[in-house]
Design a protein around this ligand. Structure first.
Ligand code: NAP
Length: 487
């Protein structure tokens, strides 16, 4: 990639399948279109993998596994380190590519490239810290040797909302642990992953360690690979509905699984909160990625004493956000991913309004082309509104007033999801009490963004299984082996 023009960055991506280290057309020669959600125009065509292509990738991953596991940890780490540097060196081109296929504003795309790259830097450092143990058995007569080994060939499935970071968050620890892998990016955003495959290959990743399958038939290609039994691990990021189905498929051959699924984050603001901070945090938690984030604040619960002022300030901020194509200067709100997303957001807002919520700003689509929805604030959203249960995945902030801490916690925890919750308060005791009682894997305490490659990211309840990032992230790709030693 040399030039930072729109056509230049798209042209520079290899649109074939990356199978066992070779760029290859799909076996039946088919392709599918990638479109710009801001214009509806086709950006390019990419190879459309079949189940047979999937098997070629699996054969390659299986045959490369043993030698890859022997590759010294330092070398694995250095491949990641070089890839981190390449990502940062190409941040501008890769950000533009991501904005074109996904829609997020360029500033956010640049932020995602840096965030994505950081997973590689972090896991480059973790590759050389895989630990083990040696201990005396309790009866004194034997010894325990404990070591960690790569899980084996891994299947990685990623969503469209963070096309690069959801890939590096899995590829980083898999490479560090010594696993081979097959990545299936979302059909709507395959270009970032194809660009990443080239970066990893250029950084010295041996042939067969990584394959990338772009396909319009996710189930048809991935299910045979899951059921084959030679892949030993599935790491999935996506919706809870698809995650459930994949868990069933994994049960057949008892695959190790990591599941990063949907969210329905509550955002709690207490009377004693710093209101400036709370509004700033609310904007970040709601509007990062145009609201299309699993961590997006989905329900705002605000204590009665400051509810009116919070709503007024949030409305002022939301109504002044520039909407447009993510490539345009100053744009903060890009398009949603597709028409179905706009229809879903519209239906959720109509449902809440019909049940008595007031629309303080927004509440409508934006005339096309493109899939735009206005930043929206709703107050008086009743607890039986659909958006209290479902991921909105768009720029809509529903506010509900509460009186007591107990009431706020009960409402916050009344969901099948448990990814993240946000708490704004200046009372230290309340902060810790509420953080402990929120049924979530993560809490943003007076902070609207929690994601950090050095921290364990993940959910409880139906938001998932396992953690990505942090010191535990690599464990998802390692098995513990115990050797009983007789002296
Ligand atoms: P999705 O529809 O579940 O798709 C995610 C991935 O799974 C895509 O690559 C998709 O391929 C693939 N897929 C779909 N059906 C499949 C099947 N039957 N077998 C194998 N793969 C299949 O989710 P999405 O709409 O792309 O992403 C949004 C969701 O992801 C939201 O629920 C969000 O909360 C969640 N998410 C969670 C996290 C987290 O860390 N917890 C992070 C980001 C997003 P196609 O694109 O071809 O359909």
């Amino acid at each position: 990639m040399g030039t930072v023009s729109e056509s230049g960055v798209v042209d520079a991506v290899n649109k074939e399948l990356f199978l066992g280290g070779k760029w290859t057309p799909a076996s039946e020669g088919r392709t599918f279109a990638v479109t710009d959600p801001a214009t509806g125009e086709v950006l390019c065509e990419v190879a459309d993998a079949t189940a047979a292509d999937g098997m070629v990738a699996l054969d390659a991953a299986v045959s490369a596994q043993e030698s890859w596991a022997q590759c010294p940890p330092r070398e694995r780490g250095e491949i990641l380190r070089r890839s981190y540097e390449a990502l940062m060196a190409r941040q501008e081109e890769l950000a533009l590519l991501m904005t074109l296929e996904m829609g997020k504003p360029l500033a956010e795309a640049r932020g995602e490239i840096a965030y994505a790259a950081e997973f590689f830097r972090w896991f480059a450092e973790e590759a050389v810290r895989i630990d083990g143990g040696y201990a005396v058995a309790p009866n004194g007569s034997g010894r325990f040797l404990v070591t960690k080994q790569p899980v084996g060939p891994s299947l990685l499935i990623t969503p469209w909302n963070f096309p690069m970071a959801m890939g590096t968050r899995k590829i980083g620890p898999a490479v560090a642990a010594g696993c081979t892998m097959i990545v299936k990016p979302a059909a709507q955003t395959p270009l970032s992953m194809l660009a990443l495959a080239r970066i990893l290959a250029d950084a010295g990743l041996p042939d067969g360690v990584l394959s990338v399958l772009t396909t319009s038939d996710a189930g048809g290609v991935m299910e045979p690979l899951i059921r084959d039994g030679r892949a030993r691990k599935l790491s999935f990021t996506g919706s809870t509905g698809v995650g459930r189905r994949l868990l069933e498929q994994c049960a057949d051959k008892v695959l190790r699984t990591s599941m990063e699924l949907g969210g329905n984050a509550p955002f709690l603001v207490f009377d004693d909160a710093d209101l400036d901070d709370a509004v700033e945090g609310a904007m970040a938690a709601k509007m990062r990625n145009i609201g299309e984030a699993c961590t997006a604040a989905n329900r705002f619960y605000v204590q009665r004493g400051i509810a009116d002022e919070f709503s007024r300030r949030l409305t002022e901020r939301m109504s002044s956000l520039p909407i447009g194509r993510g490539t345009e200067d100053g744009v903060v709100v890009g398009p949603l991913i597709d028409e179905a997303a706009v229809d879903k957001v519209s239906a959720l807002v109509a449902d809440a309004a019909q049940r008595g919520a007031d629309v303080l700003t927004g509440g409508a689509t934006v005339d096309g082309p493109g899939n735009f929805y206005q930043p929206t604030v709703l107050t008086g959203v009743p607890t039986d509104a659909r958006m209290a249960d479902e991921e909105i995945f768009g720029p809509v902030a529903p506010i509900t007033v509460f009186d007591t801490e107990e009431e706020a916690l009960a409402a916050a925890n009344d969901t099948e999801y448990g990814l993240v919750g946000y708490v704004y308060t200046s009372d230290v005791k309340r902060a810790l009490r509420v953080s402990e009682r929120l049924e979530t894997g993560m809490v943003g305490l007076n902070q609207g963004v929690v994601s950090n490659p050095a921290a364990p990211f993940g959910g409880i309840k139906q938001s998932g299984l396992g953690r990505e990032g942090g010191t535990v992230g690599i464990d998802e790709f390692l098995e513990t082996k115990y050797v009983a030693v007789s002296l």
